[in-house]
Design a protein around this ligand. Structure first.
Ligand code: ATP
Length: 234
C-alpha cells in the first residue's frame, strides 16, 4: 500500500533520514522506533509531503506521491496526527474536527462521521463547544486522533501519540490506535514507548541515525538482542 524507496531528507548539513526503504501493507499496524533524532518524525513528514526528498521515491497504492502537495496526499487517503498534537487551541473541539475534514465536500457525511467520533469519544462531545486549548493533554491527543480520522483516511500516521500523557491516558490512546486498525484503517506509528508499541504492532522498523538498522515482526523485534539492549532495558 505504502512504499518508500531509498528516501533521504536533508536539513542543511544534517541528514534527517538516509536512504530508507520501507513498506506498509494494507490493514497492518507498523511501528517506527528509535532514539530521539533518529529520523522517525522526518519519515512521517516526508510521507505527508511536508519535507521534500533529496533522494528516493514514495508510492501509495501504486501512485507516486513524493513531489505531490500535502493536500493532494490527504486526498489520496493519508492522514497525519503530528507529534505534540498541534490542535488549534483557540478553535473549539468541533471546529478542530471540521478542520480535519477540510478537504471534504460531502458535508452531510462529514456530520455523520463527526457524530460517530463523538460516540467513540464521549469526552469530546461533552467539550464540543470548548476551546481546544482548555482540554487536558490526553483529551487533546484524543482530539488530534479524531481530527486525523475526519479525513476518512485509509492510512493514518500517529507521531508519538503517548508522549507526555499520564499512564491511564497512555493505555487509552494505545487501545484507540488498535481500535482504529481493527476497524480497517492501516496505521503507521512512531512511538518512544517501544515495548508497548512492539507488542501491539504487526511489524516494526528500528531507525538509528536516519537509517533502518533492524526490521521484523513485533515478536521478532521484542526478541532481538540489539533492540532489547537499546530500547527494552536488556
Ligand atoms: P524525535 O523523537 O526527537 O522527534 P525523530 O526520530 O523523530 O526524533 P527527527 O525529528 O526526524 O527524529 O530528526 C532527525 C534528524 O533531523 C535529527 O538530527 C534532527 O536534529 C534533524 N532535524 C529534524 N527536523 C529538523 C529541522 N526542521 N531543521 C533542522 N534539522 C532537523
Amino acid at each position: 500500500m505504502l512504499k518508500l524507496e531509498q528516501v533521504s531528507v536533508r536539513y542543511g548539513a544534517t541528514l534527517g533520514v538516509d536512504r530508507i526503504t520501507l513498506e506498509v501493507h494494507e490493514g497492518e499496524l507498523v511501528v517506527l522506533i528509535g532514539a530521539n533524532g533518529a529520523g522517525k518524525s522526518t519519515t512521517l513528514r516526508a510521507i505527508s509531503g511536508l519535507e521534500p526528498l533529496t533522494t528516493g521515491s514514495i508510492h501509495f497504492d501504486g501512485y507516486r506521491i513524493s513531489g505531490a502537495l500535502p493536500a493532494q496526499i490527504i486526498d489520496r487517503g493519508i492522514a497525519h496526527c503530528p507529534e505534540g498534537r498541534r490542535v488549534f487551541p483557540q478553535l473549539t473541539v468541533r471546529e478542530n474536527l471540521e478542520m480535519g475534514g477540510y478537504r471534504r465536500s460531502d458535508r452531510q457525511r462529514m456530520r455523520q462521521d463527526m457524530e460517530r467520533l463523538f460516540d467513540k469519544f464521549p469526552r469530546l462531545r461533552e467539550r464540543a463547544g470548548q476551546a481546544a486549548g482548555t482540554l487536558s493533554g490526553g483529551e487533546q491527543q484524543m482530539l488530534a486522533i479524531a481530527r486525523a480520522l475526519m479525513s476518512r483516511p485509509r492510512l493514518v500516521m500517529f507521531d508519538e501519540p503517548s508522549l507526555g500523557l499520564a499512564p491511564n491516558f497512555v493505555e487509552m490512546i494505545f487501545e484507540l490506535v488498535q481500535e482504529v486498525r481493527r476497524e480497517g484503517t492501516t496505521v503507521l506509528m512512531v512511538e518512544q514507548n517501544a515495548y508497548a508499541a512492539l507488542q501491539m504492532c504487526d511489524r516494526a522498523y528500528l531507525l538509528t541515525n536516519g537509517r533502518i538498522v533492524r526490521q521484523g515482526t513485533g515478536a521478532e523485534m521484542l526478541a532481538d538482542e540489539g533492540v532489547r539492549a537499546a530500547y527494552l532495558g536488556g
